[in-house]
Design a protein around this ligand. Structure first.
Ligand code: ZN
Length: 268
């Protein structure tokens, strides 16, 4: 069976529900965490915003509320999609990359951060933000919070700053695998759960067996699709991207090449 389809995503949600897990948004996880078994589905809408809407519709059908972090770039920031996801009852947050876009100029980044946050607040009372990894930039967007505090901007949480990953199990679908963390540049957290999965069905089996942690935060991007052509195309792209990222780490020429491709991709 193909993985990372809406069908396999549904099997994951249903497994959680059947095992007695409650779903909560990221804001709820920070401000009113539920007792007992609970899971937060976080979606970073890096691109393919219309896929996010399909995921949001599926969750809504199952009575699940999730959190969608949108970037300011046009591949993510699609007003029609944001509006519909709000209507489906999900939380919206800002997936910021201001420090990378400002080439490290902190004052400029703080200014655009505030403007962009206010922009997303036209759609939803945003209280959560989450850094975008900006893997080809030398600037780590989180450094914005070195000299500033979330609460000054009416914010309650940032996944990389506000979550204790020794208490909350963190899983991410980087590069079409649940153990693809080796391809990530910044989206890495340390934890001591000692669990590792490759396929979604392995997570489902673990939940069914009662071995899955009681609290979890799961990051799923927008690459999940039932469209066979899109699924094939994205798998090929991710395969090359993962390998290029690894090669680029030790080879400056490949690094420059990879950076160029990424820049071209986001400019189109
Ligand atoms: Zn991102």
């Amino acid at each position: 069976m193909r993985d990372f389809t809406l069908k396999s995503y549904q099997s994951l949600l249903v497994a959680f529900q059947q095992a007695g897990y409650q779903f909560q948004t990221f804001e709820e996880l920070i401000t009113h965490p539920k007792d007992g078994k609970s899971v937060t589905m976080r979606h970073d809408v890096d691109e393919l915003a219309w896929n996010a809407l399909k995921i949001a519709q599926l969750e809504n059908k199952l009575g699940v509320r999730a959190t969608y972090f949108f970037r300011i770039v046009k591949q993510s920031n699609v007003p029609e999609v944001i509006k519909q996801i709000v209507e489906l009852g999900h939380e919206i947050g800002y997936h910021y990359e201001d420090l990378a876009l400002a080439e490290g100029d902190e004052a400029k980044a703080m200014k655009t951060f505030e403007e962009n946050l206010n922009y997303f607040r036209k759609y939803y009372p945003v209280r959560s933000v989450c850094m975008h990894g900006s893997s080809t930039s030398k600037y780590d967007n989180r450094l914005l919070w070195k000299d500033h505090s979330l609460s000054d901007y009416g914010l309650v949480g940032e996944p990389y700053l506000s979550v204790d990953f020794d208490k909350i199990f963190y899983l991410t679908d980087t590069g079409y695998a649940w153990d693809g963390g080796k391809f990530a540049t910044r989206d890495i957290v340390e934890s001591n759960f000692g669990l590792s999965f490759h396929k979604t069905s392995q997570i489902v089996d673990c939940i069914k067996a009662g071995n899955f942690p009681e609290k979890a935060l799961i990051l799923a991007h927008t690459l999940w699709t039932d469209n066979r052509m899109q699924w094939d195309g994205l798998h090929i792209r991710e395969f090359f991207r993962n390998n290029l990222k690894l090669l680029a780490r030790n080879n400056p020429m490949i690094e420059r090449f990879y950076k160029k491709i990424v820049e071209m991709y986001w400019k189109k």
